[in-house]
Design a binder for this molecule. Structure first.
Ligand code: NIG
Ligand code: FE
Length: 417
């Protein structure tokens, strides 16, 4: 089956010579083609170019569906490289507690936060977790996401961590989009280990990691390396154990302080270090010449009213930056990547072009899939979206309250909602 998108007002993020990510000044460069076409064969992008190069032969094909994209833009789907979208229930009561003055950390110390989700998850069936997560998947696909990473981390004991990872595996098998799975057993220290956190770390290393690996339940390993959670020493022990089983790190770092998490991530060749509210010169130096993608989570910074990551400094230092949603019930209850893009522009002073790179090719890199996703390139998976009628690429982050994603194509198939 062939699909022809024609008369596209502007085809965004095209690559003649695909790269794995964009860094520094290149982040402000996005190649586009005005009045363009895209040909999709089965699940792949076969060709694209300006309308005048559209050869007549394409019209001879019986099995050709044509979509007129006049006045509309076409983008590669967003890749969302950091989510916790398998969770038992929202935590809107903590939201109100925070409005009344409690901090995220205070709520966590009182057994709320991640521990609250873990308690609920223990009493929720795999089927129920799967159903609610699939609803969230449906929601993000509709908003333009074509690949997503999902973390465990609301289990916090071996059985429940494995249960979460099995749910993620089922989502991977059934969802239309690409799903990557990350084991985050070290997300919080359970109350019963409060006074002996290293015993919990031992359990992650000796019990959880071997079972996760034996059942091939995860692509990556994560640790919440931060003040009040896991120390750099704990993190390094866990990452070392994961690497023995081929689990590359993608870690939560420097959300709550200058903790050394970024350096630990780089030392263990993490695919990404995420959050990064606290980044100084040493952290920037560590990230230079590394293979680690600095990933910022604007939704969490917005929702928790946090200090903003110094994104401009990182880009000016020549680093790449990725933006992901962090979709989770405690710090970012939204997987809307268009909104994340708007926050990139409004709060972090990124250019519209920079947020396009940050939410497509750079997040694809941060989930290890940028050879097949994250841009419009020949041979890449045909995950893309068509906007409603809009004037140009600046309009999407500008009109932050509107859903301008009109038609979604995943694996070359038009999705109906
Ligand atoms: O990325 N920072 C740590 N973990 C999540 C929050 C999880 C939660 O509050 O449920 C995050 O923000
Ligand atoms: Fe997170």
């Amino acid at each position: 089956m062939k699909l022809l998108l024609e008369n596209i007002k502007e085809l965004v993020q095209v690559e003649e010579h695909p790269v794995l990510f964009k860094a520094g000044k290149d982040m402000a460069k996005v190649d586009t083609i005005k009045n363009a076409f895209v040909i999709i064969r089965d699940e792949l992008i076969e060709d694209f170019g300006p309308m005048e190069q559209l050869k007549d032969k394409y019209f001879d094909d019986d099995l050709l569906i044509e979509i007129d994209c006049s006045n509309r833009l076409v983008y590669p789907s967003y890749c969302d490289s950091h989510t916790h979208l398998v969770y038992p229930a929202p935590r809107e009561k903590e939201f109100v507690d925070r409005i009344k003055g409690l901090s995220y950390e205070e709520i966590a110390r009182r057994g709320g936060g991640i521990l609250n989700s873990a308690k609920l998850l223990h009493n929720t069936s795999e089927d129920a977790l799967y159903e609610s997560a699939m609803e969230r998947i449906g929601e993000i696909v509709k908003m333009g996401t074509g690949a997503v990473e999902i973390k465990s981390g609301y289990g916090l004991n071996t059985n429940d961590e494995l249960k979460m990872l099995r749910v993620i595996r089922r989502i991977r098998q059934c969802a239309p989009i690409c799903v990557k799975s990350t084991f985050l057993g070290a997300h919080a220290i359970p109350l019963e280990y409060k006074n002996k956190p290293s015993d919990y770390v031992d359990m992650v290393i000796n019990e959880m990691i071997p079972q996760v690996a034996a059942d091939e339940l995860a692509d990556y390993i994560d640790v919440f390396c931060d003040k009040g959670f896991f120390s750099v020493e704990d993190t390094e022990r866990i990452l070392m154990a994961g690497l023995k089983y081929g689990l590359r790190p993608k870690i939560h770092a420097n959300e709550l302080g200058l903790t050394g998490g970024i350096q630990a991530g780089v030392k263990y060749n993490a695919l990404s270090v995420d959050h990064l509210e606290y980044v100084g010169e040493e952290e920037i130096e560590a990230l230079k010449n590394s293979e680690t993608m600095p990933t910022v989570l604007p939704g969490a910074a917005f929702f928790l009213n946090m200090k903003l990551s110094p994104v401009r400094e990182m880009i000016e230092a020549g680093l790449p930056v990725a933006l992901a949603s962090d979709f989770n019930p405690g710090s970012s209850p939204s997987g809307n990547m268009s909104l994340i893009s708007a926050m990139g522009c409004i709060n972090f002073k990124m250019l519209p072009e920079e947020v396009i790179n940050a939410t497509t090719i750079n997040t694809a890199y941060a989930m290890g899939i940028s050879e097949s996703y994250g841009s419009i390139a020949r041979g890449k998976v045909a995950n893309l979206f068509i906007t409603s009628e809009v004037p140009g690429i600046e309009y999407l982050p500008y009109a932050y309250g509107s859903n301008l994603v009109e038609t979604v194509i995943i694996n070359g198939e038009i999705q109906s909602f």
